[in-house]
Design a protein around this ligand. Structure first.
Ligand code: ZN
Length: 335
């Protein structure tokens, strides 16, 4: 019996396989929530920013200016969708090959179709949280990130994410186009894609989005816990969201969507999505977690599972019953 117990014990040790390592060495996190909030406010100052609008063009020029003045090389990835000229904004630092993609959509929904007032439903939303918050965090990261690790990171601002069901538009048009343009070599070297969407609410509650790559999500949620933010990055499952991380997952790139959902904030897709619903504190929490994540990943080449999650997460659960069956068969053979 003793050997049986030992065998089961040994075979059960891979239970730790699903707990990604978090680097304990401390970095000074320099992400500034107040500055991020200013970026959110500045986007909203342009007004609603639906695809193809002058407001979005002016906002894009402001984003390009900000990124360029922080030393990033910016390119516009232009495409046309249903006769509307759209542009993803891509920022890189230096000439090295990037391994991490941080994304956010910067367009806003053309209609407030969830507004309780019927008269408002044909009007465009301001998108302080929905569009503005993720973009604000990426803009602040373009300043806050240590220059030695910037070259590993690509910042991508997607156009045409949020017009789904309006005039026969699809959702996530910009990210679909972006991924369609990636080479096999780029896909192979991209270790992770992290999406920020609706991360600015002053009562921020981030549940785990259930289509995201679990190992990558574990790493981020563990970092948040280490930083004392497990009241914001809540360790329970929310639901699945069709969002800009989807095309990356489909291409085989580990991806996670950091998004307030299940439920979405009450003002989602209404005229009430305004800066006063958001806070510098919330943006600061998410920004510092992401900044810390970038340090972790760039310094630890193998810190989260690279094999398909479903298979990996099953392994710890399968081992004890398999061990039991092996032992029972072995005991029967001995009789
Ligand atoms: Zn939206």
């Amino acid at each position: 019996m003793r050997t049986i117990f030992i065998a089961i014990l040994i075979l059960s040790t891979p239970l730790v396989i699903n707990s990604p390592m978090v680097v304990t060495a401390q970095h000074t996190l320099t992400f500034d929530g107040d500055r991020a909030y200013e970026f959110l406010q500045q986007q909203c100052d342009f007004g609603p920013r639906p695809p193809g609008s002058d407001n979005l063009s002016r906002c894009r020029a402001f984003m390009v200016d900000t990124l360029t003045s922080n030393g990033w090389t910016v390119s516009l990835q232009n495409f046309t969708y249903k006769s509307v000229a759209c542009s993803n904004v891509i920022a890189r630092y230096g000439t090295g090959n990037t391994t991490l993609i941080l994304g956010a959509h910067y367009d806003t929904r053309p209609r407030a179709d969830h507004d309780p007032a019927v008269a408002n439903r044909s009007l465009p939303i301001l998108g302080a949280n929905d569009g503005g918050s993720g973009t604000a965090i990426l803009l602040e990261l373009s300043e806050a990130l240590n220059t030695t690790i910037r070259s590993q990171v690509e910042l991508v601002f997607f156009d045409a994410e949020d017009s789904g069901y309006i005039n026969d538009w699809d959702w996530i048009v910009g990210s679909n186009y972006y991924v369609s343009q990636l080479s096999a070599e780029q896909i192979a070297r991209t270790r992770a894609m992290v999406l920020l969407d609706m991360v600015g609410d002053s009562n921020l509650r981030l549940l785990r989005e259930t289509t995201s790559t679990v190992g990558l999500q574990d790493l981020i949620w563990n970092i948040a816990k280490d930083l004392g933010h497990d009241d914001v990055f809540i360790d329970s499952a929310g639901g699945g969201v069709l969002d800009d991380h989807r095309p990356f997952l489909d291409a085989g790139i580990p991806a996670v969507d950091i998004i307030q959902h299940n439920p979405f904030p009450w003002y989602w897709h209404t005229l009430e999505d305004t800066p006063d619903k958001c806070s510098a504190e919330s943006l600061g929490i998410v920004g510092r977690v992401v900044e810390s994540f970038i340090y972790n990943v760039t310094q630890n080449p193998t810190d989260f599972p690279q094999v398909p999650d479903t298979l990996l997460s099953l392994i710890p659960w399968l081992i004890p019953p398999i061990a039991l069956v092996v032992v029972v068969v072995w005991l029967r053979k001995r009789q």
